[in-house]
Design a binder for this molecule. Structure first.
Ligand code: GDP
Ligand code: MG
Length: 296
């Protein structure tokens, strides 16, 4: 049988459930890094390889209207992900009407003529009757290949969604080794886990001014030693990251370490350094360094 493959972008506004969908397709390991809301800034690829096919999923950062250069980068990379894919899954929240974010994504999908499946997610939150008008509204925005109501957390409709995605497989090579589930390097994964803890534990306005860098990652026999920098914009932010008597930093470190241990399946020794880096948001070097590079 001829081998088939496809690149599939999972697009949609932050919090629509893209990571949850990806995780449920790809399985446990990715869940460890991206099951929390609003966390994925960089791209995560999930890969499913079977005997006769390989699906490569591209999970994109959310689409925001750019306020800073960081916003620009994030948008570019969100849109870059649909460049040349075989199909896209537009993931939307069944409890929300389409807004500017969806308009923007749809116009890009249309411009690039990407065959798109509409996944109306979180149907567990809405009454069945509310779905039809919403689907109707979306259907006027774009000619979708198909519309699948799903609940990524409950699993409803997910098999159907997966079957629809598989229809977009085309004869082609195995792009990645069969045992690979993500193209992220271990450093990127470690940085992502740490970033997620910062987002979750810190006050709203602060994490967006924060960058994370894995300075060193040493895989030793029984332990992985990781040394990471947390860059803040201001000393007041640094103080918040550290917390009273170092409480906050300890909490961040503990949670990050626990997730890293789960992901890497090994004991982790994690050292965190909090530093001030002026205006990193507008600093190209830092953006590239943090994985916000415009190139794919
Ligand atoms: P992303 O930003 O698009 O990647 O969204 P996430 O996958 O991180 O999900 C955002 C939030 O929505 C998380 O709290 C998920 O648990 C929740 N969520 C995802 N799918 C569903 C669903 O089908 N039903 C409900 N009720 N919540 C969901
Ligand atoms: Mg996500």
């Amino acid at each position: 049988m001829e081998f088939k493959s496809a690149f599939v972008a999972i697009v949609g506004r932050p919090n629509a459930g893209k990571s949850t969908i990806l995780n449920s397709f790809v399985g446990e390991k990715l869940a460890a890094i991206s099951s929390k809301p609003q966390t994925t800034r960089t791209k995560i690829t999930g890969i499913i390889t079977e005997d006769d096919y390989q699906l490569v999923f591209v999970d994109t950062p959310g689409v925001h209207l750019p306020k800073t250069r960081l916003g620009d980068y994030m948008n570019k990379s969100a849109m870059g992900a649909i460049n040349g894919v075989d199909a896209a899954v537009l993931t939307v929240d069944a409890a929300r009407d389409p807004g500017a974010a969806e308009e923007k994504i749809v116009s890009e999908l249309r411009a690039q003529k990407v065959p798109t499946i509409l996944a109306v997610n979180k149907i567990d939150k809405v009454a069945y009757e509310a779905l039809l008008p919403l689907i109707d509204t979306y259907s006027k925005m774009m000619d979708f290949e198909t519309v699948i109501p799903v609940s990524a957390t409950k699993g409803d409709g997910m098999d159907k969604l997966f079957d629809e995605i598989k229809k977009h497989l085309v004869p082609g090579p195995m792009f990645y080794p069969e045992d690979m589930i993500t193209d992220k390097t271990e450093r990127e994964i470690a940085a992502e886990i740490l970033r997620e803890k910062l987002l979750r534990l810190l006050e709203q306005e602060i994490p967006h001014g924060i960058a994370v860098e894995i300075e060193e990652m040493k895989d030793e026999e029984n332990i992985i030693k990781i040394s990471a920098n947390i860059f803040c914009e201001k000393s007041s932010h640094k103080a918040i990251v550290i917390g009273k008597k170092g409480d906050m930093l300890k909490k961040i470190g503990t949670y990050a370490r626990e997730d890293m241990e789960k992901f890497f399946g090994k004991k982790i020794f994690l050292q965190l350094w909090v530093k001030i880096r002026d205006d990193w948001r507008n600093n190209n070097f830092m953006l590239k360094n943090m994985g916000f590079s415009g190139k794919e």
